[in-house]
Design a protein around this ligand. Structure first.
Ligand code: NCD
Ligand code: ZN
Length: 335
């Protein structure tokens, strides 16, 4: 049977939530991954040193028997220098959401006034704190990410030493930006390496495939595949696994988010094998992220096996992507 071994996989964009949901989903990520960049969009958001420390402890308590490093992030606001100095050792990045653009982002940035943001962004640059960005405008849904490119350019040129991560990119426009500015990087999800808008709404509407940013056009999918499969050194895997309870997804107002934590590595093996690029998966799921963020995760070795695996219908209250369907790879062992 065909197998593939990965060392220290990292999920560089992960929603773990809190409470019972945290207890359901954190062990699933901890099983497959050495660590993950934990998004701060709780209610209320993670925005003080106490919030960061307490949330990290709750995450560690939810994964008692597994080694898993939660790389903590802070919700972007205009913070002063003294505050940023006080948190620099406890965070890996700060996550910026445009106000109201996605789940729990109401307290985000309402307008990109560089002068108002200068103290925070310059201090982040000086202290080496990367800025992770949910890059969407409030324009027409298919154009939101492409419209945001001018804001990425403004940020990248105003703060040339600030590492800026374009999170969960979905368009050729974002892929093209990678080589334009030295300080721009990107995460890519697994579902955006599989889906186009057709899969979400082209036939019966599939709420469990609905997320922000929405999956785009075939040419966008091709552009994402081209950089992911080659493990372009400026791209990293970030699942954006975003669990919502079943009743919030199968509802007349469907929450945005695709839950992939328990199947993301298996799906990545399937995609990379399909294009005969399995040899590049290690860089995409770990090495590039280690280089970009300068992190050194603790050892973990995970072996996947090419055999049919039926995705469970639910994990607690959450329905995963491909629930009840057969995927081509399964986890064989973890050391
Ligand atoms: C995320 C969530 O549910 O927190 N949803 C999503 O569709 N991706 C938020 C986000 O990353 O936009
Ligand atoms: Zn996200």
């Amino acid at each position: 049977m065909k197998t593939h071994t990965l060392l220290m996989p990292l999920d560089m964009h992960l929603h773990l939530r809190d409470g019972v949901m945290l207890e359901t989903v954190a062990p699933l990520s901890a099983y497959s991954y050495s660590g993950g960049v934990v998004m701060p969009n709780l209610v209320p958001p993670v925005e003080t040193l106490e919030d960061i420390k307490a949330y990290k402890q709750r995450i560690m308590a939810a994964v008692p028997n597994d080694f898993f490093e939660p790389y903590m992030t802070l919700f972007y606001k205009n913070y002063d220098k003294a505050f940023l100095k006080s948190v620099v050792d406890d965070i890996i990045a700060i996550k910026l959401y445009p106000a109201g653009i996605t789940t729990n982002s109401e307290g985000g940035v309402a307008s990109f006034n560089i002068e108002e943001m200068r103290e925070t962004l310059q201090t982040m640059s000086d202290l080496g704190i990367p800025l992770c960005v949910h890059g969407e405008t409030d324009g027409f849904v298919m154009d939101r990410e492409a419209e945001f490119m001018s804001i990425y350019e403004l940020l990248a040129t105003s703060f040339p030493k600030l590492k800026i991560i374009m999170e969960h990119i979905t368009t050729k426009a974002a892929v093209d930006m990678l080589d334009k500015h030295e300080n721009l990087y990107a995460t890519i999800t697994v579902h955006h390496l599989i889906l186009t808008l057709d899969d979400v709404v082209g036939g019966m509407m599939r709420p469990h495939l609905f997320c922000k940013p929405i999956a785009k056009r075939p040419e966008d999918l091709d552009a994402l595949l081209s950089v992911a499969l080659e493990a372009h050194p400026k791209v990293m895997f970030g699942s954006d696994s975003a669990p919502h309870p079943k009743d919030k997804k199968e509802a007349c107002g469907c929450a945005a988010g695709v839950f992939t934590a328990p199947i993301s590595l298996q799906l990545l093996c399937e995609i990379f094998e399909q294009y005969d690029k399995l040899q590049n998966l290690q860089a995409f799921v770990s090495d590039n992220a280690q280089n970009i963020y300068g992190i050194c995760p603790e050892f973990k070795e995970i072996t996947l096996e090419k055999r049919p695996f039926v995705v469970p219908a639910t994990y607690g209250s959450v329905v995963p992507m491909y629930a009840g369907e057969v995927i081509a790879w399964a986890i064989e062992s973890v050391d």
